[in-house]
Design a protein around this ligand. Sequence first.
Ligand SMILES: O=P(O)(O)OC[C@H]1O[C@H](O)[C@H](O)[C@@H](O)[C@@H]1O
Length: 540
Amino acid sequence: MTDLQSLWQRLQQKQQALNGVHMRDQYAADPTRFARYSLQAGELFLDYSKNRIDDETLALLCQLAEASGVAEKRDAMFAGEEINHTEGRAVLHTALRAAPDACVECEGNNVIPQVQAELQRLEHFVTAVRAGSIRGATGELITDVVNIGIGGSDLGPAMVSEALRPYRGNGPNLHFVSNVDPVQMSDTLAELKPQNTLFIIVSKTFATQETMANAALAQDWLLVAFGSRDQMLQHCVAVTSNAQAAGDHGFAQDRTFLFWDWVGGRYSLWSSVGLSIALSVGMGNFRKLLEGAREMDEHFRSAPFSHNMPVLLAVLGVWYRNVWGAGTHAVLPYSQRLSRLPAYLQQLDMESNGKCVKMDGSAVESATGPVIWGEPGTNGQHAFYQLLHQGTDMVPCDILFALEGDTAHVAEHRMLLANAIAQGEALMCGKTDEQLQAELAASSLESESLELLQAHRRFPGNKPSNALVFQSLSPKALGSLIALYEHKVFCQGVIWGINSFDQWGVELGKQLAKGVLEKLNEGAVVGEPASLQDWVLSAR
Ligand SMILES: O=P(O)(O)OC[C@H]1O[C@H](O)[C@H](O)[C@@H](O)[C@@H]1O
């Protein structure tokens, strides 16, 4: 038996032993549990004491990460090795936030000078637009910016710019159009004036159907307003790793911001893809976001696994996914400003680790990435928490909150905090039969109904959750938080032996859609419909 097999076996045994143990009792028996199972890394604090674990479990999980080669793979990633072997690429989003004097080599070249040069270009542009020295074609100020992109070219900027809304200052209003459903673009344009609007067309490939279609709609709208292609182009910039394609679409070099093929789409918000973020909150805040991520990178590279936040989150996730059989993981930000975080993490996690084939092409032997879902608390409490508390599935949760909120609403923010803390406690402790009996005894119900009610109102508890806490939702804390999840997903991918950096699973639908579109355009129907496609053709 290999080391890994024996570790999995010991973890299974551990699960059987812990299955009958209540976290409530573990907590009561060990007053140091919270202190021992919590950790600060930069601006982030993690409480992982409300997990179905003990010291031995944690030691085994850390050994699993070690035996799976997490440290070696991590070092290979940071060193620019070609770890995305199915696309023949390095994975260097960490270079985008590395110190300006760092040296990170990719195929023998230090990439940091080009990263810094592109940041400089971004800075010039952002500063000029915000200061009003770059204006629209008719000399008017740019008051609104529309980010046109999808997936990684949308979710990161959309999530971050919403999270950092209080840092906008005199920055322009931001709008995001991603869906090929034209109503999203028309609803957006209805609020805007061409002379004050800048469109950022973001696409790594500069070939994505949805983005190209939306860019064409935006450009038509500008052309109608200005009647001149040159003026139309003054209201557009491109962000891409395919400079050639942007050039073919008429974008001049000084209106094209670049990133590189070693930046995966879902890891790209740190690059020029973050242009809309920088325009909104200013370059200083964008650099703080990078700084926060860099701080987490350094922690991930240097902390021992037992005190390494991304590693701990990763192994706890693996513990529930593979040993306890949890199929989903909920992300519950107690922060309205983090309302897009679950959607962002869906792409980061599910596009990275939703794989059934290992690096060597063989089938995986265990489950891989869980379904990620969630909504901001407290909204979720009034919608789906019923299932978290009394449903039949175990749903591990991440509960996120900032200690400080809006200074004008201290009392209201305290309510938010109270709910976040209470939910973690309720999930863990549940309600004992004694507590329930005492509650019901005080009611005037008859004893028959009491028994029935007791069954329905029982809270088993023992439901795992992590709490991720930061002082305030600052650019730096947010940068650390996103990098934390990136590295968590990375570690899990290594443990599962999969390539977290490709996304072949999204290709088939795209290919088929092209063929279906051709048929829809032709409009030909022959005989009885034998498929949905035929039926749609005949029904239109
Ligand atoms: O940036 P683009 O090349 O337009 O790609 C946008 C998105 O489309 C793809 O289908 C991928 O699944 C995503 O990973 C990517 O972020």
